[in-house]
Design a protein around this ligand. Structure first.
Ligand code: ZN
Length: 237
């Protein structure tokens, strides 16, 4: 028997975590999990959802990125909000995002995230790059199925990962706040034709530079991605 590389299919290892995200999101949406509720322990949830610890942690990271839960180290995960109304007060006003505000926030993101990408190129671990690859395959999957929700999750995850890889806590906090403020904008953004696919390609360029440990190229690719996003926002009505 001869082996042919084509007989192997890449394993999409984030699928179980996606299902866990979907289930917990639905429980929050339906009001069966309310703000302040503590989720069952990690061990209990692994059993209830029948997922590995890695999948569960990935799910928690997505839910946290979406601002739905807060993981308090050593204590547990809590539901923080059911809608945008529970965002930090200083950002709530910006959630009505006028086009001008969206563009201003994207300017701030250019400054922060180009720097984050440059630092990430120097500091990324093999595990970080692996996580990046997962968000890329999730984004590609969303592009293929035109899944706007999935694209938003993958996009938030990707940008959060790059910030985290900078290992600069101030940068991480600032990027996180801005990301929350732009949640509504992302819905309008990813509904534009081909936008998920284009963003996926641009994310790939960033990750390729990170893999080469090329700070300058990583910063440049991130800048291009955000500047291109600004052009799209300018065309939104
Ligand atoms: Zn993006």
């Amino acid at each position: 028997m001869t082996l042919d590389a084509g007989m192997f299919q890449p394993i999409v290892s984030d699928r179980l975590s996606d299902k866990a995200v979907g289930q917990i999101k639905a429980l929050i949406k339906e009001g069966r999990l309310k703000p302040g509720d503590k989720l069952p322990s990690e061990r209990a949830l692994m059993k209830l959802l029948s997922v590995s610890r890695a999948s569960l942690r990935e799910a928690f990271r997505v839910l946290e990125a979406l601002g739905l839960i807060e993981v308090r180290t050593g204590i547990g995960a809590f539901v923080v909000q059911t809608d945008a109304g529970a965002l930090p007060a200083e950002w709530t006003a910006l959630l009505t995002n006028t086009q001008q505000e969206m563009l201003e926030l994207l300017d701030v993101r250019e400054a922060l995230e180009a720097k984050a990408a440059a630092l990430a190129a120097q500091k990324a671990s093999a595990d970080d790059l692996q996580q990046c690859a997962l968000t890329l395959s999730k984004m590609k999957g969303s592009a293929d199925t035109n899944d706007v929700d999935g694209a938003i999750e993958a996009d938030i995850e990707f940008h959060q990962l790059v910030s985290e890889m900078s290992q600069n806590n101030f940068l991480i906090e600032l990027s996180d706040s801005i990301s929350h403020a732009l949640l509504d904008a992302r819905y309008a953004f990813f509904r534009q034709p081909d936008r998920i696919y284009i963003s996926w390609q641009q994310h790939c360029t960033v990750v390729e530079a990170l893999e080469r440990r090329d700070s300058r190229a990583a910063a440049e690719a991130m800048l291009q991605h955000l500047q291109d996003s600004k052009e799209v926002v300018k065309r939104l009505k």
